[in-house]
Design a protein around this ligand. Structure first.
Ligand code: NAD
Length: 434
C-alpha cells in the first residue's frame, strides 16, 4: 500500500523503514530539513541498532522516500500515520501542538479519501479532537477516517520490537478501517487487538504506567532488602518465576527515565485529575521514582561525607543502553543535584555525548574516555548498564580514582572482580548497606 509517515523520530522512522521492508511504498515527511537531508543520504540522525542498514536497503529498492513537503507526502497516500512528538507540556499533559499542526495540514491538503492513524501517544479523546480539526480545514469533499494505533517499541531494540511486538493495537470505530490497518501489518504475524479508539489510546498509557509501577515497586523492595539483609536479585528472580508476576521489569536501580515513562505517567495523572479521580498508586510511583534517582547521592554522602568539592564521575548518561536518547535520563536529575551540593561533576557515555552536551548543565565536564572521567575521582556512579562497563577490561580503570569507591545504580558490575582488585562496591538492594 502507499503509506505516509509524518515525523521521522524514533517511532516514525522505525515504523516507516519497517513497513517499507515488508513491501509497502512509504513516504516519510518531517519539518526538520536537516534530518530529511541526512535520511535522503541514507544516514539515521540518531543511534538505533540495525536501523541504518535496513534504511539503506529500502532506499536502494525504491520503497522509501523522504520529503519536507506535506503536499508531496499526502498526494498519493492511502494511509497517513502520524508519529510526531507529544512532549510534556507546562501543565503536565502532552503538548499537542505538532499534532494539531499536522491535522490542519492534512485538512488543507488532502484531496482524496484517506485513513489517518495516530501513532503518537495521546490523551484519551485526542483522536476525536483531531478529527474535528481536520474536518474544519477540509477544502475537498473527501472522507477522512481516524484510527488509533499506539506504538510499543523500545528504543535500543526498536527494529526487533517492530517485527516481534507482543501485540498491535488498532483502535477504530469502523470495521473496514480496522481491516485495512490489519492488512498493512499482516505479514508481521503479530496478534492484533481491535478496540474502540478511546480504549486504544488508554491501552498505551495504562501499559506504560503499569511498567513504571513495576519499576518503582521493585525499587522499594530493593531499598527494603538493604535494611533487612536480603538480596534483590534473588528476590526478583523468585518473584518473576511466578507467571502471574513475570520476570521482566523487576531490575532494581535508580528509577525510570526516558522520553516515555515520565511523561506518560504524568499525562495519565493529569487525565485522572481532570476527570476528578485521584490516581493514588500512580502518584506514589512518581514520588518513589524521584526519590530513587537520588539514591546514589544519598549512599555517597553516607560513605564520603559532604560532596562539596568532591569529584564525582558519572558513567553512562543515556537513560538506558543502546540509545543516545537523553530525554528525562536519571543522569540529568543526578548531575543537577550533585552540582547543587557543590560537587565537581564529570561524565562519560559511549554513545550519547552529543545529546549529553545539549541536555546537561555546562558545568558538567564531558570526557571521551571512561579512564579520563575516573582519574582522581572521589566517587564513580554507574548510571547506565552499557555493555562496556560489564567487560573485564573496565574494572581496572576504576583504580584511576583517588579512592576506588563505586556506586552502581544498575547493579551491572561484577562484585567479585571488583573485590579482587580492592575496589569498594555499593550496589542497590544487596544485603546490609544501611
Ligand atoms: P521524536 O521527537 O524523536 O520525533 C518526532 C519527529 O516529529 C521529529 O523529527 C520532528 O521534527 C517531527 N515533527 C514535529 N512536527 C512535525 C510536523 N508538523 N510535520 C512533520 N514532522 C514533524 O519523537 P518520538 O520519540 O519518535 O515519539 C513520537 C511519539 O511516539 C510520541 O508521542 C511518543 O510519546 C510516542 N512513542 C515514543 C516511543 C519512543 O521510544 N521514543 C515509544 C512509543 C511511543
Amino acid at each position: 500500500m502507499k503509506l505516509t509517515i509524518v515525523g521521522t523520530g524514533y517511532v516514525g522512522l522505525v515504523t516507516g523503514v519497517c513497513l517499507a521492508s515488508i513491501g509497502h511504498s512509504v513516504m516519510c515527511v518531517d519539518v526538520d530539513q536537516e534530518k530529511i537531508s541526512q535520511l535522503q543520504a541514507g544516514r539515521v540522525p540518531f543511534f538505533e541498532p540495525g536501523l541504518e542498514e535496513l534504511l539503506a536497503q529500502q532506499i536502494r529498492e525504491d520503497r522509501l522516500a523522504f520529503t519536507v513537503d506535506h503536499e508531496v507526502a499526502f498526494a498519493q497516500a492511502e494511509v497517513i500515520f502520524i508519529a510526531v512528538g507529544t512532549p510534556q507540556g507546562i501543565d503536565g499533559l502532552p503538548d499537542l501542538r505538532a499534532l494539531i499542526e499536522v491535522a490542519r495540514s492534512i485538512g488543507r491538503t488532502v484531496d482524496h479519501d484517506v485513513i489517518v492513524v495516530i501513532k503518537s501517544t495521546v490523551p484519551v479523546g485526542t483522536n476525536h479532537f483531531l478529527s474535528q480539526i481536520i474536518a474544519e480545514q477540509l477544502l475537498h469533499p473527501v472522507s477522512i477516517q481516524l484510527a488509533s494505533n499506539p506504538e510499543f517499541l523500545r528504543e535500543g531494540s526498536a527494529v526487533y520490537d517492530t517485527f516481534h511486538g507482543d501485540r498491535i493495537v488498532i483502535g477504530a470505530e469502523d470495521e473496514a478501517v480496522a481491516h485495512t490497518l490489519a492488512t498493512i501489518y499482516q505479514s508481521m504475524h503479530i496478534p492484533i487487538l481491535h478496540t474502540d479508539i478511546r480504549s486504544a489510546e488508554m491501552i498505551k498509557y495504562s501499559s506504560n504506567a503499569f511498567l513504571a509501577t513495576k519499576i518503582s515497586f521493585i525499587n522499594e523492595i530493593a531499598n527494603l532488602c538493604e535494611r533487612l539483609g536480603a538480596t534483590i536479585e534473588d528476590v526478583a528472580r523468585g518473584m518473576g518465576m511466578d507467571q502471574r508476576i513475570g520476570e521482566k521489569f523487576l531490575r532494581a536501580g535508580i528509577g525510570y527515565g526516558g522520553s516515555c515513562f515520565p511523561k506518560d505517567v504524568k499525562a495519565l495523572l493529569g487525565m485522572a485529575d481532570l476527570s476528578g479521580y485521584p490516581f493514588q498508586i500512580l502518584q506514589a510511583v512518581e514520588r518513589v521514582n524521584r526519590k530513587q534517582q537520588m539514591l546514589l547521592i544519598e549512599k555517597a554522602t553516607k560513605r564520603l561525607g559532604k560532596l562539596r568539592g568532591k569529584r564525582v564521575a558519572l558513567l553512562g548518561l543515556a537513560f538506558k543502553p543502546d540509545t543516545d536518547d537523553m530525554r528525562e535520563a536519571p543522569s540529568l536529575a543526578i548531575a543537577g543535584a550533585l552540582l547543587e551540593l557543590g560537587a565537581q561533576v564529570v561524565g562519560y557515555d559511549p554513545v550519547s555525548m552529543g545529546n549529553a552536551r545539549y541536555f546537561l548543565p555546562s558545568q558538567v565536564e564531558l570526557l571521551t574516555r571512561p579512564e579520563q572521567a575516573l582519574e582522581g575521582a572521589d566517587a564513580a556512579f554507574i548510571l547506565t548498564e552499557w555493555e562496556e562497563f560489564t567487560l573485564p577490561t573496565f574494572a581496572p580503570l576504576l583504580l584511576q580514582m583517588k579512592i576506588p569507591v563505586v556506586f552502581d545504580g544498575r547493579n551491572c558490575l561484577d562484585a567479585s572482580a571488583l573485590s579482587e582488585l580492592g575496589i569498594e562496591y555499593h550496589p542497590i538492594g544487596r544485603g546490609m548497606d544501611r
